[in-house]
Design a protein around this ligand. Structure first.
Ligand code: GUN
Length: 292
């Protein structure tokens, strides 16, 4: 059988298109309501990768006209101090969205902190209320990475109903909400995780593979079913500086119909959905029910 080369799911291009539309949308909102949507971004400590992510989020906000409020806190910040700041931001009428960059230092209970964000300002979609809303098919603010993956899947034009998806990784921020998104879209979903026996057998029958284990090259190209859609959420920097994902891209792209590259696949969509969520939170906040 000939080996067609997979089509690329270009997250960078899709994100650029979304951002252009959101820029227009924000201009209209400013004209109607006299202020731009506001996103508060909190980072605790000096993890270099987290600082890069936060910087990119702020740049993306500026690009579409969302106002970002930065809170860079020392590694030694207490949980009480962080909770106090969140209480203030929850009350602040100029703040529509709040994001606490993860990971937090070990002395802070991240689960507790995330629950202290007002659910209507939880633009990461991590609050148990928002995850629960998705679980009961009433999505409000949706987790950004899975939401971005769904937007990428939409661009394939493939009818997802009844397809078999295997998600590799069961994290709170990707694997679990991704399963809920796919379930909502009528997909038959399996979540594989660290205790899963015979990962290969699961991946081999998947029409849709979402790799989100955080393990470089975990998903071998030879496991991919002919014609599958492959979404790679992993991102790893190799010693030579190149970025790569959880999937063996070179081999997988000989078998898949569609595949996301790393970088330029899921990553740009995550930030874009954060902006979309901030605009959605703004609309809820000001009582605007219309869509742009
Ligand atoms: N750390 C890694 N990914 C994310 C994300 O999507 N949001 C936040 N807040 N922290 C992260």
């Amino acid at each position: 059988m000939p080996n067609p080369t997979a089509k690329i799911l270009d997250g960078k291009a899709l994100a650029a298109q979304f951002k252009e539309d959101m820029q227009q949308e924000v201009q209209h909102l400013v004209a109607s309501y006299g202020r731009a949507p506001g996103l508060a971004v909190i980072i605790v400590g000096d993890d270099p990768a987290s600082h890069v992510y936060v910087k990119n989020k702020k740049i993306a906000c500026e690009k579409v006209g969302i106002k970002s409020f930065s809170h860079e806190l020392a590694h030694t910040t207490t949980q009480e101090h962080l909770l106090g700041l969140l209480a203030e931001l929850n009350r602040n009428p100029k703040v529509d969205g709040i994001l606490v960059q993860l990971p937090l230092p070990a002395h802070i209970d991240a689960d507790y902190v995330l629950k202290a964000i007002a659910s209507h300002k939880d633009v990461d979609g991590f609050h148990p209320y928002n995850v629960g809303c998705l679980a009961v098919r009433q999505p409000e603010l949706r987790s950004c990475t899975p939401y971005g993956c769904m937007k990428l899947l939409e661009t394939t034009g493939v009818d997802l109903h009844g397809k078999e998806a295997v998600i590799v990784g069961a994290s709170n921020i990707v694997g679990r909400p991704m399963a809920l998104e796919l379930l909502l879209a009528g997909v038959t979903v399996t979540i594989a995780h660290r205790f899963t026996e015979n990962l290969q057998a699961h991946v081999e029958r998947a029409d849709i593979v979402v790799a989100a284990a955080g393990k470089q090259g975990l998903v071998q190209g030879s496991w991919i079913k002919q014609g599958a859609i492959v979404i790679d959420v992993g991102i790893h920097r190799l010693e030579d500086g190149t970025l790569t994902g959880d999937v063996d891209f070179a081999e997988a792209s000989k078998r898949a119909a569609w595949i996301t590259p790393v970088p330029g696949g899921v990553g740009p969509m995550t930030i874009t959905m954060l902006l979309a969520n901030t605009i959605q939170a703004f609309r809820t906040h000001v009582g605007d029910e219309s869509t742009a």
